[in-house]
Design a protein around this ligand. Structure first.
Ligand code: AKG
Ligand code: FE2
Length: 346
């Protein structure tokens, strides 16, 4: 075993069991409507997965495999560049898009490097997390010179995954008994979604560090491509056990974010997850974080609440929530990161 810099070392209770005993996994859902399967049946499968796990995988999703393969190859070429090249597109306090190698989750450094880009370039978000400050700023993408087709592949891939995200949003909406376009207004034109290329290098002691520490994603949903190495784990709601998400070739992992949990008034789960690393292999993954527009106020939907089941959350502004989370990624803050629990009614 080699040594791991103390900044990466997880508290004892967060250190992973590298060989968990597992008997079940998250649902695998076929999105094609072949045979006699109806749209309602598909939506109800999606609804069941959202209620019990908040996580599922999809196949026959419509994103061309050839695009994903090209993006994975481009990501590898980018990460193989010398550090001084990667740092030319380094993100900073003002613009959080680009390359970054010292992200923290819950105040411990993640064993990974990332490259982020917004899906709508530029994307407007609040300039600060202060509630009274109405100023906005632009998130603008930075692109490396090499590989030369990097930008084109990233943009093409993002637009295909964006279509899949809208389709999933429609299925989720139907599964709740709502019109398929119930959520569209929160995303049309103004979404703050971004795509991330994750690279997890081999780690000398994977019992001490994590690729990404335990967290919940913020937005509506995440559409995640993982390679064949494995390492993602979901916390099962029934008993808190960490369940590995097995790599399935050409499948996407879908997980619900905080905003969806609030919109559904806790009917659907935004599950905690984390990434373990290994000492032998590097791993790549590509999440697309499907986020609403900055102006959107997130609150339990009127259709899903009543006098008998009142809203569990106060409304909060998505832009301020996003800006606050972004800021706390940066430095080791001494305070807890913002969570939806902070908006929970007593
Ligand atoms: O790499 C993965 O499989 C998941 C990464 C993740 O959870 C995240 O970036 O939010
Ligand atoms: Fe995540």
């Amino acid at each position: 075993m080699g040594t791991v810099d103390p900044d990466y070392v997880q508290a004892a209770e967060h250190r992973p069991d590298l060989n968990p005993v597992v008997t079940e996994g998250i649902p695998l859902i076929d999105l094609s409507l072949s045979g006699n399967r109806t749209l309602d049946e598909l939506a109800s499968e999606v609804g069941h997965a959202c209620r019990t796990w908040g996580f599922f995988q999809v196949i026959n999703h419509g994103v061309p495999l050839e695009l994903r393969v090209r993006l994975e190859a481009a990501a590898k070429k980018f990460y193989d560049l010398p550090m001084e090249e990667k740092k030319k597109v380094k993100r900073d306090e003002v613009n959080p898009m680009g390359y970054h190698d010292s992200e923290h989750t819950k105040n411990v450094k993640d064993w990974k490097e990332v490259f982020d880009f917004v899906v709508k370039d530029p994307t407007l978000i609040p300039a600060s997390c202060e509630p009274e400050d109405k100023e906005l700023r632009k998130l603008i993408n930075q692109w490396p010179e090499y590989p030369p087709d990097f930008r084109e592949i990233c943009e093409e891939y993002a637009s295909e995954v964006d279509k899949l995200a809208f389709r999933l949003l429609e299925l989720i909406s139907l599964s709740l008994g709502l019109p398929s376009d119930r959520f569209h207004g929160y995303f049309n034109d103004e979404q703050t979604s971004f795509m991330r290329l994750n690279h997890y290098p081999p780690c000398p002691d994977p019992t001490l560090a994590l690729g990404v520490g335990p967290h919940k994603d913020g937005g509506a949903l995440t559409v995640l491509a993982q390679d064949s190495v494995g390492g993602l784990q979901v916390r099962r709601s029934s008993d808190g056990a960490w369940i590995p998400v097995k790599p399935v070739p050409d499948a996407y992992i879908i997980n619900l974010g905080n905003a969806m949990q609030v919109w559904t008034n806790d009917a659907y789960i935004s599950a905690e997850h984390r990434v373990i690393v290994n000492s032998q292999k590097e791993r790549f993954s590509i999440p697309f974080f499907f986020f609403p527009g900055h102006h959107v106020f997130v609150e339990p939907l009127g259709e899903l609440t009543s006098e008998q089941s009142p809203p569990n959350y106060q409304p909060f502004n998505w832009g301020k929530f996003f800006a606050t989370r972004n800021r706390s990624d940066y430095k080791k803050l001494q305070v807890e990161n913002i969570q939806i629990e902070h908006f929970k009614k007593a």
